[in-house]
Write a protein that binds this ligand. Structure first.
Ligand SMILES: Cc1cc2nc3c(=O)[nH]c(=O)nc-3n(C[C@H](O)[C@H](O)[C@H](O)COP(=O)(O)OP(=O)(O)OC[C@H]3O[C@@H](n4cnc5c(N)ncnc54)[C@H](O)[C@@H]3O)c2cc1C
Length: 491
């Protein structure tokens, strides 16, 4: 029986563990944090339960494929979201509700965007074609060579080529005229950790995935049920997980890794090593590769960092929905400058999730749990965060005035995580929340590969390797890594 050691219990690590165990591998896992899940994690404080990162997911069929592969029932229950989310612009009491039904959506935007329904229908047809023309050709595939990647790109119908050359924002400009519509339907760029101004228009296909294809899903009982469900299966199969254990070094022999070494000097041996730590960071920090030195990593394009707050608040806040976006009126200026820390965060843009609206057990009776995510510059551009309290208070005051409820006065629990915390907790490079960005020179064959360049028995899974970031991508990533391992080592 071949043995696999998996470094990291993020979604990519957990799903790879179960896939390899299904193929007959003896699997062992090590994890730096004190509990499993990676960014898909949970915080319990003062009687409140919070999902600390992801709050919804798309492409549910990837989870179904995974469960089928492993011969297990779906390890959690999910609920399709409709409406998807609500959006408020500063200075206005109006909320735009994003329904999946086009006729309802048209009522939301009819007065700001003439012929909205017709324009949106056209936009969805175009982005839908793009999605279906690339999903199996590019997104869900391994690429062993540049030639194969180039051939895959060449197989995409040429009508989509111009979308590689312009930004998502300029694509919005071609379809819509109102500020509100352009801003709201380009928020999907932030789900990739970037802004619509620096995200290629090819990713406008995400609007099709959210609005029409498979949509977004909440998880019954909270997002951490995904991890709990996977852990039940991991435990059933006798896969051991060693927590508070960070891999910091390696031993090599004959072009292979012969052992990985943890922070206490303990050595772990296996036939195959699967790295769920960030694929670029691990190569630089642990394997000490020149191509991934700090200087080189700094020059790569990383996604925005998270500034997150977890608030327990007394009362039921009528003005808040389950998924809310609070935006300003200077979108272009703000989003083009926030990444490099060249605009003040005194009027920040942020997302608010109140899971107690649909999962009452996540807050004590008569209370709400409020999770706030504000995308901010990573530690390359803003290395110090001694203004965290200022920013947290600023955001609380802003929400309070916009929903007409004094959050600070009713606060019973508060936890704030800035990019330094995120970096320390999960080894996220410079606190970047979603890993490497998805510019055309950082996807497909150009993304850090899921097999190591030097060591034949080392593979990678997760956000900074193929295919990219987000929960369904982590599940696809586990399939792609498993395919490579199976090809080389068999079942
Ligand atoms: C604030 C936030 C909100 C998000 N919202 C969404 C959302 O709504 N929907 C969505 O689909 N996606 C969302 N994402 C993205 C999603 O969370 C990630 O893409 C996904 O969880 C990444 O999974 P992964 O497999 O790459 O592993 P990770 O979650 O990165 O896990 C890797 C694990 O490896 C461990 N590790 C690292 N280095 C070592 C080492 N040297 N030794 C031992 N262990 C190590 C880490 O501690 C970690 O547990 C969000 C992310 C963030 C940060």
């Amino acid at each position: 029986m071949k043995k696999a050691l998996i470094v990291g219990t993020g979604l990519g690590g957990l799903t790879t563990a179960l896939r390899l165990s299904t193929l007959g591998y003896d699997v062992e896992m090590v994890e730096k944090y004190h509990q499993p899940g990676g960014r898909l994690n949970q915080l319990k404080a003062d009687g409140f339960t919070f999902d600390i990162g992801p709050t919804f997911f798309s492409m549910s069929y990837e989870f179904k494929e995974f469960a089928q592969f492993c011969g297990i029932d779906m390890p959690f229950k999910f609920i399709e979201m409709n409406p998807l989310y609500s959006v408020n612009f500063a200075g206005s009491t109006r909320w735009y509700t994003i329904f999946k039904d086009l006729d309802k959506l048209a009522k939301e935007f009819g007065d700001v965007e003439p012929n909205f329904e017709e324009k949106m229908r056209k936009y969805l047809i175009k982005t839908g074609r793009l999605f279906h023309d690339t999903e199996n050709r590019i997104i869900r595939r391994n690429f062993d060579s540049l030639l194969k990647f180039a051939a895959a790109l060449a197989s995409v119908p040429p009508r989509h080529a111009p979308l590689m050359l312009r930004s998502m924002w300029s694509e919005m400009n071609r379809h819509f005229s109102s500020y509100e519509v352009k801003v709201i339907f380009s928020l999907v760029a932030f789900f990739l950790g970037a802004t619509p101004f620096d995200t290629p228009a090819v990713y406008s296909m995400l609007t099709y995935t959210e609005m029409q294809h498979d949509g977004y899903h909440n998880v019954e009982g909270g997002m951490y049920q995904i991890v709990e469900g996977l852990m039940r299966e991991i435990n059933k199969r006798g896969i051991t997980v060693q927590y508070n254990t960070e891999i910091v070094d390696f031993r090599e022999q004959g072009g292979q890794i012969s052992a990985l070494v943890d922070n206490n000097g303990k050595q772990y041996t296996a036939d195959v090593y699967v790295i769920n730590a960030d694929a670029a960071w691990f190569r630089g920090k642990v394997l000490r590769r020149q191509a991934f030195s700090n200087d080189k990593l700094d020059k790569m394009k990383w996604t925005l960092a998270p500034f997150t707050m977890y608030l327990g608040v007394k009362g039921n806040i009528e003005g808040l929905h389950h998924h809310n976006y609070f935006l300003g009126n200077n979108f272009k200026e703000y989003s083009s400058k926030v990444f490099k820390n060249s605009i003040s965060l005194d009027k920040p843009y942020y997302y608010v999730n109140v899971s107690s609206k649909t999962t009452p057990q996540s807050a004590p009776n008569g209370h709400e749990n409020i999770f706030i995510l504000c995308p901010v510059p990573d530690l390359r551009y803003k290395p110090t965060w001694n203004d965290s309290e200022w920013l947290a208070t600023n955001i609380m005051k802003d929400i309070s005035s916009r929903v007409g409820y004094n959050i600070e006065a009713n606060l019973v629990s508060k936890t704030v995580l800035n990019p330094q915390h995120w970096m320390q907790m999960f080894n996220l490079y410079k606190g970047s929340g979603l890993g490497l960005a998805h510019d055309l020179n950082q996807i497909g064959y150009f993304r850090p590969h899921n097999n190591d360049e030097k060591f034949g028995n080392v593979f990678y899974v997760g956000a900074s390797t193929l295919p990219g970031t987000g929960l369904p991508m982590a599940v696809i990533s586990s399939r792609l890594a498993t395919e490579k391992i199976q090809k080389k080592y068999g079942s």
